[in-house]
Design a protein around this ligand. Structure first.
Ligand code: ADP
Ligand code: ZN
Ligand code: ZN
Length: 819
């Protein structure tokens, strides 16, 4: 007899498995998805280990193996174990990250009428019970859902329970069908020789079976078969005529799997590698050595280089090397950078060998890609965060572009993993090399690079392609910092400083393009009563409401936190004054201001309000690239991964947004976004210019961004972190509790703090401390009060593992934000 340790689909503490026996007729291996009995239920699970001895004296049998092939590779089983432990999540939830979405089969209860029911039971039924019994008898079996639809949710479960107890119904368990399945389409193709088919066509035409003749002709023209949908489209409903042809054995109709390939119908011009510049060559030598395994496998590189310094070119070279060795790669980019431009870069170098995974894929597309990746069909998988779990066999390289991006951290649900940390672990398990690239590495990453945990590679200069096609070192854009307090003193109340409006006028005259960056949407960012000072706030979140003045919804106030919407106030609700002021500047109003100040210029806006559709990002970018507009106005969406050669001036309208956020990473964030925006300027032939408007020119984040000096910023920031013992000088775990009742949330947080404090006293983990309990900076979201407790220390997981976390708490290990 052998046994299996199974991660079962219920809420459990991290790392927990349950022991089951393996029946003789089942072949069960590590990584298999299975169905197991659990109490009175049947649940899905994953096999984490097959053993000779059970971990528990009495075991029940595994009920079923879902698929003959294991869904998890050995490395993924170990990876799930690590994720479960490190991020404090159940093993099952960690393993679920690695299987295709929409394919999480579930076990559901089904009911069948018992063949020989006890007579006494039959006599004791009331009307509703009788009704349900008849309903069930008319069918082979009924599902809970059907019964709920007929009788209502609560009555259904009561009635079903009663009938089961009376032994009139029996309960069994079934797998709910996967919600997503491979898609098949009907194809018609020839079942006879071409010559015979040609003769047949003529005969049919002569005998006036015109439709059949046309269909046969169309099928003749296309070797390999024609989709029925095409025939229907061209000739109208074709089924009956086809049937006649089919019955005479001239044509065959069969089903074929349709690949819902997101790259289908797109052509990517093939590209060739460039000759590397000297800086690239220096970095490449180190990467090449690691890939050729002259060094211990699992190397982690941090590639620090400004935008346009040739990082992507190195990723492509590294991928090529790995592919030449018969291995495969995964490339992670932030979701927002998964633009057609980015995809074209990779697809152009590996035509037909690139899979794309991102959150906008339909479940069908995702499902297909997952299986094809697993079959080894792609050399390279490009995708956002979750693509780190792509089942790429024989993995040789993981690239994480823009490694500092916050979107690499999953927020909800558990496991709240960070793709960078997962990549590091995966590299350790598979021997793959990791390259993390950024112009503005996260403080912790750069710290690791300086201390030798990562290997630092630098590309200090932007590449400018010269006349002969060779790449050379180019200059960074000129950056000018404008003190808006001085502008006010000089009597300039406009949103444009004199320097910015001069720059814009010049650029427009030269027929060059301009980007205006403002990290805030809407028209007015808050709405205030002039008489009593009342400010309109969201009644669910406490955050201030933003005024949006535009069609299609017309003027309204919007909460950017939860999406709550109200009409703009006519009167102040506190003092009934009608003296309402609209204050603060968002992208919507900025567009109006540009229209007033530069009436001859055409503008395009790019923010969340205008990019709701699927491909609207693409459209806006195409328009701007095609010079359909002179000025692009946008939030941080415009900061990412775009190559816009026509842009020579970038104006940052207000650099201070976000600077005074209560987050300890606020400075880092402002620095990163300013550098990124600045990097959009002058990517064509002419040297770019950047104008940054600020009320805090002395702030270190703003000043070092203006100087484009990462190291200056790093040193200042590191000093602050050291004083406060914040990461990288400690690690954080945040425990967050939310409840509609404020007092309840507070009590629960106090209780948690008390439990942690007790354990901390008992174990005395050195350097570990608790912060809170305190209301989170965003005290209320969607009507729920939020309280948190933070554990800070060299290894806060040590303390965390000593307590059991009650339901309702969200555990966030290594949080990227504490709002
Ligand atoms: P990054 O990823 O750092 O933003 P890229 O790799 O995209 O930089 O390079 C910026 C531009 O320079 C791209 O258009 C790229 O094709 C080009 N480029 C990169 N390396 C070279 C090179 N060695 N010679 C010529 N052009 C290059
Ligand atoms: Zn008022
Ligand atoms: Zn709200």
């Amino acid at each position: 007899m052998s046994y299996a340790e199974v991660a079962v689909g219920i809420r459990t503490e991290p790392g927990r498995t349950f022991s089951y026996s393996i029946p003789r007729d089942l072949a069960v291996r590590k990584g298999h998805a299975v169905q197991v009995p659990f109490g009175p239920r049947q649940l899905p699970g994953f096999v984490f280990e097959v053993t000779e001895l059970p971990g528990y004296p009495e075991t029940r049998d595994i009920a079923r193996v879902i698929d003959t092939q294991p869904w998890l590779t050995d490395a993924q089983v170990e990876l799930a174990r690590w994720i479960s432990g490190h991020y404090h999540a159940s093993l099952y939830s960690a393993a679920s990250l690695m299987i295709p979405p929409g394919f999480r089969q579930r076990v559901v209860a089904v009911y069948r009428a018992t063949p020989e029911p006890p007579q006494t039971s039959l006599e004791s039924l009331d009307d509703r019970q009788e009704l349900l019994l008849h309903y069930a008898r008319d069918r082979k079996q009924v599902g809970q859902g059907e019964v709920e639809a007929r009788f209502g949710k609560r009555p259904a479960s009561v009635l079903l329970g009663q009938l089961v107890r009376k032994r009139l119904l029996s309960r069994a368990w079934e797998w709910r069908k996967p919600t997503v399945q491979a898609k098949f389409a009907n194809y018609a193709s020839l079942a006879v020789e071409r010559t015979q088919a040609l003769e047949e066509t003529e005969r049919l035409a002569a005998s006036r079976a015109v439709k059949q003749a046309k269909l046969l002709n169309a099928i003749l023209e296309q070797a390999g078969g024609v989709p029925l949908s095409d025939l229907n489209q061209r000739f109208g409903p074709s089924r009956p005529a086809l049937k006649a042809l089919e019955e005479r054995g001239i044509v065959a109709v069969h089903q074929e799997r349709v690949e819902r390939d997101p790259l289908a119908n797109r052509q990517y011009p093939a590209t060739r590698p460039h000759d590397l510049t000297d800086d690239q060559q220096r970095a490449w030598e180190q990467i090449g050595k690691a890939l050729d395994r002259e060094e211990p496998p699992g190397s982690l590189f941090l590639l620090h280089g400004v935008t346009g310094s040739g990082k992507t070119e190195l990723y492509l070279n590294a991928l090529q090397r790995v592919v030449d060795q018969g291995r495969k790669g995964i490339v992670l980019v932030p979701e927002i950078s998964l633009t057609p431009q980015t995809i074209a870069r990779f697809a152009g170098r590996f035509p037909g060998r690139v899979a794309v995974l991102h959150s906008r894929l339909t479940p069908g597309q995702h499902f297909d890609e997952w299986w094809r990746i697993r079959e080894g069909e792609f050399d390279v998988v490009v995708g956002s965060r979750g693509a780190i779990f792509a089942p790429q066999p024989n993995l040789g390289l993981i690239v994480l572009d823009e490694e500092h991006e916050w979107t690499y951290k999953q927020q909800d649900p558990q496991p709240r993993y960070h793709a960078r940390a997962v990549a590091g672990k995966l590299a350790e398990l598979t021997g793959a090399t990791v390259i993390m690239g950024s112009a503005t590495p996260q403080i912790e990453s750069y710290h690791k690079a300086l201390s030798g945990e990562y290997r630092l590679l630098e590309l200090p200069d932007r590449i400018v392609v010269q006349e002969d096609g060779q790449g050379g070192a180019g200059a960074l854009p000129r950056v000018e910092l404008v003190d808006m307090r001085q502008e006010l003193k000089k009597g300039n109340r406009s949103v444009f400083s004199r320097a910015l409006s001069r720059g814009m006028t010049d650029a427009l005259e030269r027929k060059e393009q301009v980007i205006l960056f403002l990290n805030r949407r809407g028209a007015a960012t808050f709405v205030q009563c002039r008489d009593c000072g009342y400010v309109a706030r969201c009644k669910r979140c406490d955050s201030t409401m933003t005024y949006h003045g535009e069609a299609p919804r017309g003027a309204h106030l919007l909460c950017h936190q939860c999406g709550y919407r109200t009409p703009p106030p006519v009167h102040c609700p506190d003092c009934w004054s009608s003296n309402i002021r609209y204050m603060g500047l968002g992208t919507e109003r900025l567009e109006t201001e540009v229209g007033k100040a530069f009436p001859g210029a055409t503008t395009l806006r790019w923010d969340r309000d205008v990019t709701r559709g699927h491909d609207s990002h693409e459209k806006i970018m195409e328009q701007f690239l095609g010079r359909k507009a002179d000025i692009l106005i946008g939030t941080q969406m415009i900061a990412k991964g775009l190559h816009l050669p026509g842009v020579t001036l970038v104006g940052v309208v207000n650099a201070d947004i976000g600077l005074y956020s209560p987050e300890f990473r606020a400075g880092e964030r402002v620095f990163q976004v300013l550098c990124q925006v600045a990097g959009r300027s002058g990517r064509g032939a002419s040297r770019g210019q950047v104008i940054i408007q600020t009320y805090s020119p002395g702030n270190y984040a703003v000043a070092s961004a203006a100087a484009q000096d990462y190291k200056a910023f790093y040193n200042q920031e590191l000093g602050l972190r050291m004083e406060t013992r914040l990461p990288p000088f400690s690690q954080l775990v945040r425990l967050l509790y939310m409840h509609t009742n404020a007092a309840y949330a507070q009590r629960e947080a106090q209780r948690m703090h008390h439990t942690l404090a007790e354990q901390l006293e008992q174990w005395a983990f050195p350097g570990t401390k608790l912060v809170g309990p305190a209301p989170a900076p965003l005290e209320r979201i969607r009507g729920r009060y939020r309280w948190h407790v933070i554990i800070q220390g060299p290894d806060p997981n040590l303390l965390l593992s000593k307590v059991s976390i009650p339901e309702g708490w969200a555990v966030d290990v290594d949080p990227v934000q504490l709002l």
